[in-house]
Design a protein around this ligand. Structure first.
Ligand SMILES: NC(=O)c1ccc[n+]([C@@H]2O[C@H](COP(=O)([O-])OP(=O)(O)OC[C@H]3O[C@@H](n4cnc5c(N)ncnc54)[C@H](O)[C@@H]3O)[C@@H](O)[C@H]2O)c1
Ligand SMILES: [Zn+2]
Ligand SMILES: [Zn+2]
Length: 419
């Protein structure tokens, strides 16, 4: 079937809209008509090849949409169901049997190999050339995606589907890191380092858990304002690096019960450990390039402090994501989009992908109606994908435009400018 997808051709290359062919669903597979897709930081580090996903590939792993068709044997969903697409897992390994699919023994193969388990890819160019797909068992940056029964999550059709994509990764990761992994008791203290979509979700989850001291640490004041809006009791601009002392001041000199690291900066992980009180636990979520090292004070760890890595919020998505939707619908987990639109700039119809140095007047703003490249954004910042930036899309022969919303801002990303 002919689809439109935002293709990543080479390392660091712009997302470029191209027509591709998508296979019909095989047994166990679910074809989804996408209504939106979040853009997670992990899409960007894969595009930049921090993780070796083979290219060209269609990325995107926070999709939301409506089931279009199902393959043989699928019973969990039927055409017409509203679904969120999440990470994939094998279902048959040691960890999957323990109910911990985020630590599936085959997590890398199932999510980052760019192909199905049997090595085939569901995506091709019209010429027949293969394009890597099945990214996180979905490749959501497209008008249609092929997922599997294991990584679709049925959601309440009354919930706003356009908003739900990031539940599949970023929001589930931050919220689950707190509610499933750290499980802070009511009345405890927590500090979340990094207030992007993952960190803000952690802050919202800390409110749900009943934490009474909730500190957000970031170097971006706009993100700290968002953190306050969604429930942080204190915020710290950590640009001067004095965060450990300031967290001790906020906790009668003791340090916090829990910390969550979402910046992927080694020095910040060090702070997140040093800021713990005795017996405290740090959850590590930020994803660094493979091989990144950190130094820790062994005597600090010795006194009952722990660091644990957390993937996808320890979530069993089919259970956890509907809970987050319930909390959202009750107003207790207030993730939201803002009114800001991002226009994807493209060439004139028939042109090739944009590259740095093209003159703006050579482009037209194009509406990508039905092309669900949706960025979620929680703040008042406005973004544009503009000349010279690496994020843009070039519709081929179509006049289209995307309304792009992002749950949180990317202003820390060198590739996106705030307008
Ligand atoms: N473990 C997982 O399963 C999983 C899942 C999804 C995302 N991730 C990773 O989680 C991280 C966060 O994702 P996101 O989408 O929220 O990213 P993001 O870029 O939106 O947010 C990161 C935040 O960290 C802040 N920051 C950067 N340097 C800082 C510093 N020195 N001190 C304090 N704050 C600093 C930035 O200003 C930004 O607000 C990424 O590394 C992403 O790849 C991990
Ligand atoms: Zn498994
Ligand atoms: Zn992700």
């Amino acid at each position: 079937m002919r689809i439109t997808a935002a293709l990543t051709e080479t390392k660091g290359a712009p997302f470029t809209l191209v027509p591709l062919e998508l296979d019909a669903p095989r047994p166990g597979e679910v074809m989804v008509r996408m209504t939106s897709a979040g853009v997670c930081h992990t899409d960007l580090i894969v595009r930049d090849q921090w993780y070796p996903v083979p290219l060209p590939a269609v990325l995107g792993h926070e999709g939301a949409g409506v089931v279009e068709a199902v393959g043989d044997g699928v019973t969990y969903v039927a055409p017409g169901d509203h679904v969120v697409l999440t990470f994939h897992s094998c279902g048959g390994c040691r960890m999957c049997h323990h109910g911990r699919p985020a630590y599936c023994d085959r997590f890398f193969a199932y999510n980052f190999s760019g192909s199905r388990d049997d090595g085939s890819t569901p995506l091709h160019r019209a010429s027949g050339d293969e394009v890597h797909g099945a990214f996180f068992g979905q490749s959501a940056f497209a008008t249609y995606a092929l997922a599997t029964e294991r990584n679709v999550v049925r959601v309440d059709p009354a919930a706003p589907l356009d908003l739900l994509g990031p539940l599949g990764c970023g929001i589930q990761t931050g919220a689950g890191g707190v509610l499933n992994s750290l499980r802070p008791p009511a009345g405890s203290s927590i500090a979340v380092f990094g207030a992007g979509s993952v960190g803000l979700s952690g802050v919202m989850a800390a409110v749900v858990a009943g934490c009474t001291t909730i500190v957000a640490v970031d170097i971006n004041d706009q993100r700290l304002e968002l953190a306050e809006e969604v429930g942080a009791t204190h915020v710290i601009n950590g640009a001067d690096g004095n965060n450990v002392e300031r967290l001790r001041e906020l906790t009668a000199g003791l340090g916090v019960d829990y910390t969550v690291e979402t910046t992927a900066v080694p020095a910040v992980l060090r702070q997140a450990v040093d800021a713990l009180n005795q017996g405290g636990t740090c959850g590590l979520i930020g994803a660094t390039a493979i091989g990144t090292e950190v130094s820790l004070d062994m005597s600090v760890l010795l006194f009952g402090r722990s660091v644990r890595g957390i993937v996808e919020g320890d979530s069993v998505p089919q259970q956890f994501i509907p809970k987050l939707v319930d909390l959202y619908q009750q107003g207790r987990f207030p993730f939201r989009q803002t009114d800001q639109d991002v226009r994807l700039r493209g060439h004139q119809p028939g042109g090739r992908g944009l590259r740095e140095g093209h003159r703006p007047e050579a482009r037209s703003h194009l509406r990508l109606r039905n092309l669900p490249l949706v960025l979620f954004h929680a703040g008042a910042e406005r973004f544009r994908w503009a000349a010279g930036e690496r994020y843009h899309a070039a519709p081929q022969g179509t006049r289209a435009a995307a309304v792009a919303r992002r749950y949180t801002s990317w202003s820390s990303s060198p590739s996106i400018r705030t307008a």
